[in-house]
Design a protein around this ligand. Structure first.
Ligand code: GLN
Ligand code: ZN
Length: 765
């Protein structure tokens, strides 16, 4: 029985890729050194996989940025503004497409857009195609890496994004072209794919992996036809090269029958996300094809229950035979941290429940060995012990939390009165002017703020000194806001490293790694906390700083919390209960925090939910169920307060068309959203839906260092008041200001308040 791996983390176990790439960008590392550094990463990865007993080891899974961008560079799909001469796409051009060029070439070379890869937090650079795109082989990376491994004695399986997924995730830049028209380019791109495959075959490749994860989405007829056409042509052109067609991240459902008919040699399916479908897949597998079963979760950090996996796979083997069954992780391991080896501070009991990429490789080979009748009794009994210990650990199970969750009543997710009643009470209580001004929460996290926190963490500073430092920052922020004449103030979030980590550190059931990094985009990695047990809030988390800030001013101070869905979405989540249940526990913890803030005199409370939309399931038919529990969790956290306590929420995007009714169902008294870059056009959803509550469409693009002029913001607000009731409008930036400097924030917020004042004076109600 063979073992197969789809991809391995390229960031290096000590983030070597980030360090060398960023040094190269700064001009501190010569290109040759960068290339040597990444060659060492690749070599270590291949050898590790070989030593772990992986038979089908991937190559071309390495990337300086992301695999979609690599594919664009290989196919010569370079946007015109980069003025590419048309021979080879070199590394600097790749970085320019990803990051844009600053200065020099000017505005004509802004970076390509970036977006999330399916439902992961990994991003790719969106290919910009047009009817004029002339595809041709413009890179050698995939060939070079195959040869590089071959020289080490490893015949790898090169990995490419399949043509239909590549085109489906691209955008067309022709005026008036629809997104779907990218697929019209299939006849043009296929010959280049075929050329690439032929070259790989000539170099000695036996297997090539083509990733077509779009097979787990709702497909259009054109996409279905595209898959059939692409693989028929590929088969015909390279009949001897063996093709592994990989789907992952979900089940195939209605696409299953067609997918399993494609003329390739092996199929990979995600048996973690699509476990229920495995029998149907096996039944549909043609007799001459191999099935790679992704049984080890590539998207999460938990040890696999090997006995259970072996049992499931024994049944598959019984049906298709050992020589047609490969054992694999569910998807590429780039979505998992690299290795547990360097986690020295993690509690030993908890560490024993985890498996990162390196450990997942040995799980794959243990499962295969067991199924091949080899003696792996020791490994299996150790695994059994870990799984048992985890399931029974008192660290995980908190009967009090479970009982409280079970006792949630319908009235707990409802405010006392409907919005119109609350609205009147709040207007009377807060006496805010029209177009009230506020900000989204954070103020600049200056180098001083960050280095002071680092000192505290390293033990070079006492907690008391750190707290005094934070107090000074809060005083400064309050003073500035009063000087700008902002109506609803914030304390500035100086004490927070990250909007999820800050809460995770104070909740029980959360743990943190030292090196559990995963790539988010380019050289940006994230280190999500993980939720291993029932979540409880032992003590108030934010009351102290909010209360302190309120004591400094007569104006209203807004309390600032991260919402339950966002905490969930940006963590690794326990897999032993539904995500909805974990979210409910987080929501109850936040509810206590909201109530405590209210009791402490904080009567405006913002619960940020920037991740609600990205949590949407891949298939539309699954949306309603998700939105139900996501909305209920927000409401559970926010509904324990009096009518005249004002609940705000914030989301950093505005493509709400699909989910606007759920956004309204959150029933926040005020929502702030991102709109400035789209010139208020994105407000469309709120208008056609007649969004009932108050709304602050962002008028200051905080992603740019530019200081917006008062007039610009006035214009945006004029636009907004033509489509939304004037009395419902708030004035605020697009998002938090933590990445900006005071030099930018100061004039920008002065202008913002001036804009609000101008609106107040222009036009009566
Ligand atoms: N309150 C957070 C901040 O201002 C919100 C951040 C976010 O929406 N991502 O930083
Ligand atoms: Zn935001």
């Amino acid at each position: 029985m063979k073992t197969n791996n789809l991809g391995y983390p390229r960031i290096g176990e000590k983030r070597e890729l980030k360090k060398s790439t960023e040094a190269y960008w700064k001009g501190e590392l010569p290109a040759a050194d960068l290339l040597a550094a990444v060659k060492a990463i690749r070599r270590a990865n291949w050898e590790r996989q070989r030593n772990a007993g992986i038979d089908l080891i991937p190559s071309n899974d390495f990337s300086f940025y992301d695999q979609m961008l690599d594919m664009s560079c290989l196919l010569g799909a370079v946007p015109a503004r980069f003025e590419w001469s048309g021979s080879q796409v070199d590394l600097d051009l790749l970085f320019r497409i990803a990051r844009g060029t600053r200065g020099g070439k000017g505005a004509s070379s802004t970076a390509s857009e970036m977006t999330k890869w399916f439902d992961t937090n990994y991003h790719y650079i969106v290919p910009e195609l047009s009817s004029g795109t002339a595809f041709r082989i413009a890179g050698t990376k995939v060939f070079d890496e195959f040869k590089e491994a071959l020289e080490l004695g490893i015949r790898t399986k090169p990995v490419l994004i399949g043509p239909v997924t590549y085109l489906s995730l691209s955008k067309m830049t022709d005026a008036g072209a629809s997104a779907a028209s990218c697929l019209d380019l299939l006849p043009k791109v296929l010959p280049v794919y075929i050329e690439i495959l032929k070259r790989l075959q000539d170099l000695g490749a036996e297997w090539v992996q083509l990733d077509e994860p779009i097979a787990v989405l709702d497909l259009s007829p054109a996409q279905k036809q595209g898959l059939a056409k692409a693989y028929a042509e590929i088969r015909q052109a390279v009949p001897k090269l063996k093709i592994l067609l990989a789907s992952y991240f979900g089940d195939l459902r209605d696409n299953l029958a067609d997918f399993m008919k494609l003329p390739v040699d092996a199929f990979h399916v995600d048996a973690v996300r699509a476990g229920n479908e495995l029998d149907a897949v096996v039944a549909a597998l043609p007799v001459d094809k191999i099935l790679s079963v992704g049984i080890i979760d590539g998207r999460n950090i938990w040890k696999n229950n090997l006995a259970q996996s072996i049992k499931r796979l024994e049944s598959v083997r019984g049906k298709i035979g050992a020589d047609r069954l490969w054992i694999a992780p569910s998807c590429s391991l780039i979505h998992s941290p690299v290795t547990l080896r360097n986690e020295v501070r993690l509690n030993g009991e908890i560490k024993d429940w985890l498996a990162f990429a390196e450990e997942k490789l040995s799980e794959v080979s243990t499962v295969a060995a067991a199924l091949s009748g080899k003696d792996v009794a020791a490994a299996l009994s150790a695994n059994h012990a870990s799984c048992e210990a985890r399931s029974k650990s008192p660290r995980i199970h908190n009967p009090k939390v479970k009982a409280r969750c079970a006792a949630v009543r319908p009235e707990d997710i409802r405010r006392q009165s409907v919005f119109s009643v609350r609205d009147e009470k709040q207007r009377q209580k807060f006496c805010l002017p029209d177009f009230p001004t506020t900000t989204i929460g954070s103020f600049p996290q200056t180098a001083e703020v960050r280095s002071t926190r680092a000192k505290l963490k390293k033990g070079e500073m006492s907690q008391a000194d750190y707290d005094s430092f934070i107090a000074i920052q809060v005083q400064d922020a309050v003073r500035r806001q009063e000087a700008w004449d902002i109506d609803v103030l914030v304390h500035g979030e100086f004490e927070r490293n990250d909007m999820v980590e800050y809460f995770g550190e104070q909740l029980s059931g959360f743990a943190f790694t030292e090196n559990g990094w995963v790539q988010s985009y380019g050289s940006r990695y994230v280190k999500p906390p993980f939720i291993f047990g029932d979540v409880e809030r032992p003590n108030p988390m934010t009351v102290r700083w909010s209360q302190y800030a309120q004591s400094l001013t007569k104006r209203h101070m807004k309390g600032m919390l991260t919402g339950p869905v966002t905490v969930l979405q940006w963590s690794f989540v326990r897999d032993d209960q539904p995500r909805s249940e974990t979210t409910k526990q987080i929501a109850l913890a936040l509810r206590d925090e909201v109530n405590d803030l209210e009791a402490a005199g904080i009567h405006v409370i913002q619960i940020d939910e920037p991740a609600v939309r990205e949590g949407l399931p891949l298939r539309r038919t699954d949306w309603a169920a998700y939105l139900r529990w996501a909305v209920d969790a927000f409401r559970l956290s926010s509904s324990g307060v009096a009518d005249d306590t004002q609940i705000h929420t914030h989301m950093c995007y505005c493509e709400f068309n699909d989910i606007i009714d759920s956004i309204a169902e959150l029933d926040a008294d005020v929502i702030s959203i991102e709109t400035s870059r789209s010139n208020m056009e994105l407000l469309g959803a709120f208008v056609s839906f007649k969004y009932p509550n108050q709304i602050g469409p962002g008028v200051y693009d905080i992603h740019s260092p530019r200081v917006p002029a008062t007039d610009e913001m006035v214009n945006l607000l004029h636009k907004a008041q033509t489509v939304l009731p004037r009395r419902n409008l708030w004035v605020n930036p697009d998002c938090g200001l933590k990445t900006r400097t005071w030099d930018e924030v100061d004039p920008a917020l002065k202008n913002l308040v001036a804009a609000a004042k101008e609106l107040r004076h222009s036009g009566a109600r």
